[in-house]
Design a protein around this ligand. Structure first.
Ligand code: NAD
Length: 359
């Protein structure tokens, strides 16, 4: 198949006009034009990326089922079906994968930002829970003869030894081995990448794997301990008084890149519908230090805020998305400036900070 072409995009969103039980007890959805709708399953549809993906797939006219432990926190789901269920349970996986979906997007994972992943306190849960989810989903997808499945891996699987120099990290896809991720979260991602690739080799499943680099945007966790750097810094700046101080873990000289959610979805769909398996980076290559990220947010907020550095979990010293492979294989790479996504995200977080003060 070619990368996402026009045939995959319908300008009008077809409405499901009826659902019926067809042969084999499968749900058949028919659009207004009488055609059979393409069907997708989004695992982790109550989370940040999954809930945005459901919206995007609905805009494209697909019939979408979501599954998660919870509903999306910030907006009602637009999925046609939404199951509340624990994907660590193989029975639940078999129940929700009751038909050969044309596309499965697997975002469900036990995860969070540096405060959750890099303290070591949640290692057993992260490995056990996410490992089980991926094992169960693949088994159920294989049983139902699902042909195409996307898996969301992470740049956290790259070896620590290539990410010690903040100005010159190496995150090219072929630098993954010899493996040495700096967190158990990264090791689980690496294990699961290999698991998906094994199903691809042995069972002819069209597997697509992306290594995401720090995805951010509205409707992501912004407080409570699992939030990631952009949302956490937006919250701190929004909460700070003019002339106030915000705290940053470490010296703030560690480097990262951050990708806005819309570009993440675009890259994910292009990859899933391409003939390239991956793993491939999906991330921005606009590398900044955490201090620079904070300064950008402070400027957007138009506040005078100073930074205080305190001890805390930081992850690797340097990380940036290497976009040569995605561009070579898909003819596409993210291009939106970080500032554009930060402006949108800051105004969303600021509104939530304001509302939480009022309540
Ligand atoms: P998220 O935490 O917002 O979403 C994950 C969802 O999985 C949550 O809604 C959670 O309830 C659900 N889940 C967890 N355990 C479950 C279970 N047992 N059964 C059913 N659902 C369960 O995370 P996200 O930011 O949307 O990330 C989605 C995926 O992308 C994850 O696999 C994550 O590791 C990967 N990823 C994200 C980023 C990022 O910056 N957001 C970066 C790299 C990789």
């Amino acid at each position: 198949m070619t990368p996402l072409g026009d045939s995959h995009r319908s300008k009008e969103v077809p409405k499901t006009i009826f659902r019926l039980r067809g042969q084999g007890g499968r749900i058949i959805s028919v659009n207004q034009g009488g055609g059979i709708m393409k069907k997708a399953l989004v695992c982790g549809a109550g989370g940040f990326i999954g809930s945005h993906m459901v919206k995007r797939l609905k805009k494209e006219g697909l019939w979408v089922r979501g599954v998660d432990l919870k509903y999306p926190e910030f907006a009602p789901t637009v999925a046609d079906d939404f199951f509340i269920g624990d994907l660590r349970d193989p029975q639940i996986c078999r129940y929700v994968i009751d038909q050969p979906f044309q596309e499965i997007y697997q975002f469900a994972a036990d995860m969070g930002g540096a405060g959750y992943v890099f303290t070591g306190e949640n290692d057993a849960n992260i490995m056990h829970n996410s490992g089980l989810i991926n094992l169960n989903i693949l088994e159920a997808a294989h049983r139902r003869n699902v042909k195409r499945i996307f898996y969301s891996s992470s740049a956290c699987m790259y070896p620590e030894y290539n990410q010690k120099d903040p100005d010159n990290p190496n995150c090219s896809e072929d630098s993954a081995y010899p493996a040495n991720p700096d967190s158990e979260y990264g090791w689980e991602k690496l294990f699961s990448e290999r698991l998906y690739l094994a199903f691809h080799r042995n069972y002819d499943m069209e597997v697509r794997i992306a290594r995401y680099h720090n995805i951010f945007g509205p409707e992501g966790t912004w407080t409570g301990g699992r939030e990631k750097a952009p949302a956490a810094l937006c919250r701190k700046v929004a909460e700070a008084k003019d002339g106030g101080v915000i705290e940053i873990w470490g010296d703030g000289k560690q480097t990262r890149s951050f990708l806005f959610i819309d570009e993440c979805l675009e890259g994910t769909l292009r990859l899933t519908r391409s003939d390239f398996t991956g793993p491939v980076n999906i991330g921005s290559d606009e590398m900044v230090t955490i201090n620079q990220l904070a300064d950008m947010i402070i400027k957007i907020a138009v506040k005078r805020v100073t930074i205080r550095h305190i001890p805390g979990p930081q992850g690797v010293r340097g990380r940036n998305s290497d976009n040569r492979l995605i561009y070579e294989k898909l003819g596409w790479k993210p291009t939106q400036p970080l500032k554009t996504g930060l402006e949108i995200t800051y105004s969303w977080v600021e509104e939530h900070v304001r509302k939480s003060r009022q309540s």
